[in-house]
Design a protein around this ligand. Sequence first.
Ligand code: SAH
Length: 276
Amino acid sequence: MTDMNTRRAIFMRVLTVGVCGGVVFICSCRKSLPGCSGENGRSASSAAEAVEPERSSGWNRPRTADREKERWRMAERIRLEYGLQDERVLEAMRAVPRHWFVPAGQAAYAYSDTPLPIGYGQTISQPFIVAFMTSVLELEPNERVLEIGTGSGYQAAVLNEFTPNVFTIEIVRPLAERAMETFARYGYETIRVRIGDGYLGWPEAAPFDAILVTCAPEEIPGPLLEQLKSAGRMIIPVGSEWGLQELVLVEKDSQGGIQKRSVMPVRFVPLQRGRE
Ligand code: SAH
């Protein structure tokens, strides 16, 4: 685990990126956008709910040379225009084929600097936001990470570059099933998916070293705070659906105390309750 000085440096970096960005990063789309609704989910290959033992080495990180140049350009934009210098994260952004995860109708825009509709009124976040949220978690090898809001599965695939212990929860069943199918098709063997309300976390797999939330609750969910290890980190957008939202970096210290810092204004789709 990194020490407090490193953490402080990270916060400074976070603030620098936030200020340099100087804009509210739009991470959501609304049902009125083309492609945001009316897509049919395909059947799932498995429900993959059982918690398996921790994995530590030799896991699959699928690769393709297809559209590699576009991935490199995307990573360069994140580095030069947004100022994110985290080489490990930039490498992950170059490695994970984003076009595997976007709906066929959006494939041409897979590497554009924008969020994209994935159906059911939901979106895959802008590439910079995916990179930024991954970077502030400072993942160490084999850490246990929980994502709330699987969506297309792309963010989970980026997390899979760092650790084979990725758990992800999606409340919209057809989206979860489509992500499971994508993981199975391309060989993401270790990502574990649950269909359900991520507000409640994944108690059987807790505690987590890191939690990344890609939909916005009005308050930080208590179960997620409880399921964070000491020295654990959580990055989460907080705020109302139509009002102001802040991306908040939460840290739990070794005594179980909680520190929170707002790192930038954002707009994410809301965290929904109780659909499953
Ligand atoms: N991380 C995704 C982006 C997801 S958008 C990607 O890389 O594509 C946010 C997602 O959160 C949506 O798919 C939405 O259905 C989901 N969501 C909303 N409320 C949720 C909840 N309570 N539990 C789990 N997922 C939720």
